[in-house]
Design a protein around this ligand. Sequence first.
Ligand code: GLA
Length: 428
Amino acid sequence: MSALLPAWTDAEGAARVRALFADALGGEPDGVWAAPGRVNLIGEHTDYNDGLCLPLALPHRTFVALRARPDRTARLVSAQEGAASGAAGGRRAVREVDLDGVAPAGSAGAVDGWPAYPAGVAWALAGDGHPVPGFDVAVDSCVPYGAGLSSSAAIECAVAVALDGVGGLGLAGPDDDAGRARLAAACVRAENEVAGAPTGGMDQAASLRCRSGHALLLDTSDGSVTQIPFDLAAAGLALLVVDTRAEHRLVDGQYARRREVCESAAAALGVASLRVVADALAAGTTTLTEVLDRLADDEQRRRVRHVVTEIERVRALVDVLSAAPGAALTGTALAEAGALLDGSHASLAEDYEVSCDELDLAVTAARAAGAHGARMTGGGFGGSAIALVDAASAAEVADAVERAFAAAGFARPEFLVAEPAGAAAPVG
Ligand code: GLA
């Protein structure tokens, strides 16, 4: 039977980063903080179009043990770095970054590799005028790396709440959504400007602003959020995540290209963003055909069709979830939710062209094994898919996907269950 990837408890995660800290950096950290990865239920490639998306935080988190330093140096160590380079055992490499010398990606002085995330967060917070100290940090994570589950945003957000803690920024209170939105904005700048990935902001909002038991309706046109109760267990359902192990990279040209085409299409339509088009469709003041007819370029037409119909699907799924009694998805509501997930995948695969063979197979195999709906989640080009399944048949669906992957000669996928968890916070 396919094993489900377990999420670490507070105690387990804290013990790991404390041990790594003592071993690689010496002494005790000031504290331990953790931030979750995410899956997006629906609303893909909408966040950089002022659109809507509906992510939820995973129980799988990145843990950091951090200690403030009296200078402006960051010393950083990650349990994943050794794992990635095959340097199992032995002491992990400690990286060092001069926080006053952090420069934008692509320029001289740019920070190489994963330290760009923590260093970028310190840089962005300092740029906002916050008194951010130098720091020693040890990082370990059970968020699968490169799986489209926001492992990089989880590092950023864990470091953001840690720096908030040691620097006394006062932005990360559990109910301080406005403060958390500011931390999220700093993390997005770290990712865009220091790590050089032109992502849209959904991941950082999910990691810092989600609530346990809820999906987060994020309106990226104004950054506002609405907590949508999402209680799958009440209806005997589960959200199965299939990590296809097909490599997922956002720091390449494809994601940036999608973003550029959306922006040029908006310009051609004379609107500030494609959200304006989606709202006009929702208000009935125009039709999709009318909009698409105004675009000469076929690539633009397909990308626009995805974005505006995807925003519509977010609204529709939120309506279904809000109307489901006791937040329990059953009967027609369940069928509608499943159809919306399926529709999202088709649109991402055909119009947006960000799926791949592994993601398509994960989705079709899950559906054939009884999933109510399934779609790729995250940026695409590899990464993970989600399937809405009966909780009792999650293992069966996972087995079926695993068999289909073996038959196709793909790498063995991994599985986890996404129970909507809470946001980044201190641990213990
Ligand atoms: C990645 C990015 C997000 C978002 C998704 C697609 O996860 O980091 O900002 O654009 O892709 O929805």
